[in-house]
Design a protein around this ligand. Structure first.
Ligand code: NAP
Length: 289
């Protein structure tokens, strides 16, 4: 469908944005569903973020995604926040909705939480109450920890940080989402027993991501057995060194592509009111169309 005077606009705000797969996913879905919508990537430097966000209102945009480095800086610019965005302290999806006075309001959500959980849903019964480990303590780790606490109430949830002093403040702040006091912070050296005992191990570090495909966030592959599910948030490459080494020891594995699609689907549903056509999106990612 050719864009015209009725076209609804959704933007990606980030810096850089050139490598993002989001325009491909969303535009393929709009096209397939015959929606007169367009998804555009806008490179927004940090000092222009407030102006760009105000512009969403002024232009009558339907919404936006927010990516690095703006996910946290955009939080105070929202009119309302979802519980997930508030807990994680980061927004990756903005929905523009009319307020009671008819003027546009900006609602911030964090769909990385729902996206992360989507591929775990079929295994929920198996994961509930089990010990778990998250490698890394950055922005993605916060979304993962919040999701795991909410969805599975793990017996123990160990966050492995190479710089524990940086992770301590947010872990302490997460205590209110952790009624069972299951959260523990550990250095990589001190976390081996926790990893061995875990049912689920999540990589939320960039170690192993293209072009550093020879790296791994866990240099002790013999810690993995058939009892483990190892979930790497990285999606380039689809099979990281971590996943290959874990699979070789009998562990089940999950890559980051389903989370990428899951977070997009959760945003798409809020903007358009439609379910994202997942097979179409998967095919668009494969073929690059
Ligand atoms: P981030 O905020 O920069 O945090 C990265 C974390 O990993 C930090 O705790 C950092 O420790 C640690 N780290 C960095 N390099 C490491 C290494 N070589 N070994 C061990 N730890 C290391 O990044 P993020 O936004 O959380 O993203 C993390 C990963 O998740 C990225 O690969 C990203 O692509 C992926 N991700 C995927 C999806 C998806 O949809 N599949 C969504 C979000 C993120 P320090 O603090 O000590 O540097």
């Amino acid at each position: 469908m050719m864009p015209d005077a009725h076209t609804r606009l959704v933007f990606l705000l980030g810096d850089p944005v050139e490598h993002s797969l989001s325009p491909r996913m969303h535009n393929a879905a709009f096209r397939h569903q015959g929606l007169n919508w367009v998804y555009l990537a806008a490179r927004v430097p940090a000092d222009a973020l407030p102006e760009a966000v105000r512009g969403l209102r002024a232009l009558g945009a339907a919404g936006a995604n927010v990516t690095l480095p703006h996910k946290q800086a955009v939080v105070p610019l929202m009119d309302t926040l979802s519980p997930a965005a508030e807990a994680v302290g980061a927004v990756n999806t903005i929905v523009v909705r009319p307020g009671d006075d008819g003027r546009p309001r900006l609602h911030g959500d964090n769909t990385d939480v729902a996206g992360f959980l989507a591929p775990l849903e079929p295994r929920a019964a198996d994961l509930s109450g089990q010990p778990m480990t998250v490698l890394g303590a950055g922005g993605a780790a916060r979304a993962v920890v919040y999701a795991l606490l909410r969805a599975f109430r793990p017996a123990r949830l160990t966050v492995v940080a190479r710089s524990p002093e940086r992770a301590r403040p947010w872990l302490d702040a997460f205590a209110r989402h952790d009624p069972d006091a299951s959260l523990t912070l550990a250095s990589p050296q001190a976390a081996r027993d926790a990893v061995r005992a875990s049912r689920l191990v999540v990589n939320a570090t960039p170690a192993g991501m293209h072009p550093h495909v020879d790296q791994t966030p866990w240099p002790y592959p013999d810690d993995f057995t058939e009892q483990h599910l190892v979930y790497d948030l990285i999606y380039t490459p689809e099979r990281t060194r971590l996943l290959r080494e874990a699979a070789a020891r009998g562990a089940a594995t999950l890559g980051g592509l389903d989370m990428l699609i899951g977070q997009a689907a959760a945003a798409y549903r809020q903007w358009t009111g439609q379910p994202m056509p997942l097979d179409v999106v998967r095919a668009a990612l494969r073929t690059g169309s």
